[in-house]
Design a protein around this ligand. Sequence first.
Ligand code: TYM
Length: 346
Amino acid sequence: MRMWIASTVLGGIILKPIIFSGMQATGVPSLGNYIGAVKNWVALQQDYSCLFCVVDMHSITIRHNPTEFREKCRELLTLYIALGLDPQEHIVYFQSHVPAHAELAWILNCFTYMGELGRMTQFKDKSQKHEDNINAGLFTYPVLQAADILLFDTKLVPIGHDQKQHLELCRDIATRFNKIYGDIFTIPQDYIPPVGAKIMSLQEPTKKMSKSETANPNNVIYLLDPPNVISKKFKRAVTDSFNRIENNPEEQPGVTNLLTIYACATNQTVEQAATELANIGGYGNFKTKVGDAVVAMLEPLQKRYYELKADTAYIDEIISNNANRANQLAQTTLTKVKNAIGFIPK
Ligand code: TYM
């Protein structure tokens, strides 16, 4: 029963299992973030009680400009709502507004091994990218992520493919803790979508599309790119010389990626999308069609974003009210953990 909450805090009286997920506020979210994560969060809201976090504490593992960062954090929270996350029924908040994340992360640090953290591929990648700033936060990043998840008795964590390793570590840490102290944490499951869990770069389709990409903006569709920019980026997307539209990630990574994006934008399977587009008449038409589908999907969301952004009082109210609800909810597990390890209650 631990993973179910009778949730007046979450806004309903129905007993539902908990979802937690989050995104870093490093750059404008990409089409990959939307298809691999947020689009699924929106759909899962019906059957779960959800916490969707702007993980601002994770974002400072890389050097940043405070003024821009503040804007990015607010932009991301506003985007969450514009994309369809419901801050009344569920909780949409900033990680730094809930100190329990950091408190639990410290405790879990003491139950995580250096060797485990050294094996994390994201740590290896980021250390290579930011050679001048391989800080301890970058190394212990997955422990904070484990704390995010375990703090709320999370049952399901909807993520893209690149977060799978972090979720496995989270499960290992929780299992280790439970073996020592009893049944304290719920062991979470990942939810990785069958299609779109790894959207690839448009120019280098063997690499993941990443919102922190700075070298070539043509690699990435940013969710707030204007429609003409989106169309242009798709027209420039790298394909191949086979001149056939097939789901073939090995030989045709560019075409397969575009097909996957089209399938997600039109809510079809990749096979259905391939059948629909097989005789479209060349890669030029294909790329235009994919661009149009993405514009059709994003345009209403962008409109909603700009309306919400202008309503500063509404967003301020959500920020404050949702932080309060998250703080309240976080205390249950944190108190159990503190008691289990022997801290004296206040
Ligand atoms: P982040 O901010 O890199 O990405 C947010 C979500 O988007 C997914 N994603 C993708 N999916 C498909 N194709 C892509 N190209 C693509 N790029 C990103 C990610 O898998 C992720 O689901 N460490 C996390 C944030 C985090 C978190 C958490 C997630 C912190 N605490 C607790 C879940 C639960 C991260 O950096 O995600």
